[in-house]
Design a protein around this ligand. Sequence first.
Ligand SMILES: C[S@@+](CC[C@H](N)C(=O)[O-])C[C@H]1O[C@@H](n2cnc3c(N)ncnc32)[C@H](O)[C@@H]1O
Length: 247
Amino acid sequence: MRLKQEADIRRLLQEKYNGRRTPEFNKDIIRLKKGEPLDYVIGWLPFLNCKIDLSLQPLIPRPETEYWTEKAIAVISAVGRRVKIADIFSGSGCIGIAVLKNAKNSQVDFFELDKKLIKQIKLNLQLNKIPVSRYRIIRGDATKKLKNQYDFILANPPYLATNRKAKVQASVLKYEPRQALFSGPDGLFYIKKILQLAQSRFRPKGQLWLEFDSFQRKSIEDLLKKFKYQKWNFYQDQYRRWRYVQI
Ligand SMILES: C[S@@+](CC[C@H](N)C(=O)[O-])C[C@H]1O[C@@H](n2cnc3c(N)ncnc32)[C@H](O)[C@@H]1O
């Protein structure tokens, strides 16, 4: 297994440098040996028929996010009319870009706090040849800037609990943006804010798809009752862990 992984890494790096062992190739080997995530070193990853560039070091899109985004795309595509979507907490832009690429009836507003990542989202939209007429990018706090109404709000907010930091992989803590990870002691700071806000930002029959950490399911259910939501379904991811809720 290890040998196979090493062969795959070698192949990916050879592709990046067109088979030549340049000084950059050697630098990449050193980055890997120091523990930097492979996806940053390779510089991009595939995400639902899209190429997601990671050169400005956004959160590395996770397979769990890809899993529920694919389900959301199926629902969005089936709507049968033009659909207005907000991808809040966009990071690399992977969720919204996958929707734009795979659901031709979609229009997406991206919301991201980090200035550098605004550039990253633009880069990824261009890389995937999304026409500018199909999106808007809004910089700032999503919980303040979300003013219009949407058919779908898609959210992968920071949701790690600072009091569970010891359980987070060392390379995640060392290399991935902290602002993308943590959300207060219980990880619910942003989730609470979104749930407070989302209902007033729905078009008729509007939906919120929200990713969370499996241990937060019960607290989220309590919040849904508290904020008087009508209908929701919790789902597991491909690893059988509670991962997202469709509201
Ligand atoms: C967990 S990452 C998700 C990134 C991407 N959507 C994905 O699924 O890979 C959360 C992102 O939200 C951004 N962020 C954090 N607080 C924010 C806020 N208040 N408003 C908008 N974006 C925020 C972070 O910079 C980060 O890029």
